[in-house]
Write a protein that binds this ligand. Structure first.
Ligand code: AP5
Length: 230
């Protein structure tokens, strides 16, 4: 399975990607997580990306493409992957398609998880993430057993720096301008399924599985995917 999860900030892409990755035994590849790791490591790329992320803007394509290409080359991605947060604009989508095509592969499906703006703000303002294992919680909808502590590994839960309400509103604007056009792009390619993101996480997961309609079988191993310019 080579799947892309699209949707506005806070739609539940990461939550659903984690669940599906566990179900299918293929990796979740989240551009936001890769970028946050680069920022934490204080790498050159991380230092360049940090300013864009803090104000809710997209990080320049070449930086993101470099990170995603490196991640897609890893062995565990050869049997399939779930892309979460990438691609974010048509240019990234085209580079992904070319990279896959070069090794004789293509995406199986693109699922857009749809959520109204006000719900986005509610979800994001309550999000807490484990510092150690990246498990996700919500202070109201998915609270941990003990406040501030991860149920899975005991790690400390933190609130993302770009989850302040003003930054979230900017991220929504950026989604509308840069990412929403991907719905038409993938619609034209016959790859898109839209799924209602309102409801419990297990309900949304069922909708995604129904939208995949029998496709949910991990793909056979393929070659590593490069995203270098053609
Ligand atoms: P990124 O990390 O990708 O953030 P995002 O797309 O804004 O999405 P989120 O991670 O905020 O939300 P999500 O949809 O994964 O929801 P989640 O499952 O966490 O990007 C961050 C930044 O990095 C960008 O602004 C940009 O600067 C940069 N960047 C990343 N990728 C890039 C790219 N390709 N190109 C350029 N720049 C890039 O859920 C949210 C909360 O809701 C959680 O608390 C969760 O527990 C809860 N929740 C989830 N589902 C439900 C449900 N059904 N019911 C109730 N609560 C729920």
């Amino acid at each position: 399975m080579r799947l892309v999860l699209l949707g506005p900030p806070g739609a539940g892409k990461g939550t659903q990607a984690q669940a599906l990755a566990a179900l299918w035994g293929i990796p979740q590849i989240a551009s936001g997580d890769l970028l946050r790791a680069a920022v934490r490591e204080d790498s050159e790329l991380g230092r360049e990306a940090a300013g864009y992320m803090e104000c809710g803007h997209l990080v320049p394509d070449e930086l993101v493409l470099k990170l995603i290409a490196e991640r897609l080359q890893k062995k565990d991605a050869r049997g399939g992957f779930i892309l979460d947060g990438f691609p974010r604009n048509v240019m990234q989508a085209e580079r992904l398609a070319v990279g896959l095509e070069r090794v004789g592969l293509k995406l199986d499906k693109v699922v857009a998880v749809m959520l109204p703006d006000e719900e986005v703000v509610k979800r994001i303002s309550g999000r807490r993430t484990c510092e150690d294992c990246a498990a996700m919680y919500h202070v109201v909808f998915e609270p941990p057993a003990k406040a501030g502590v991860c149920d899975k590994c005991g790690g400390e839960l933190y609130q993302r720096a770009d989850d302040a309400e003003e930054t979230v509103r900017e991220r929504i604007k950026v989604y509308e301008a840069a990412t929403r056009p991907l719905l038409d792009h993938y619609g034209r390619l016959g790859l898109l399924a839209k799924v209602d993101g309102v409801g419990r996480t297990d309900e949304v997961e069922k909708r995604i599985l129904a939208a995949l309609d029998g496709l949910a079988i991990p793909s056979q191993a393929g070659a590593g995917v490069g995203l270098a310019r053609s």
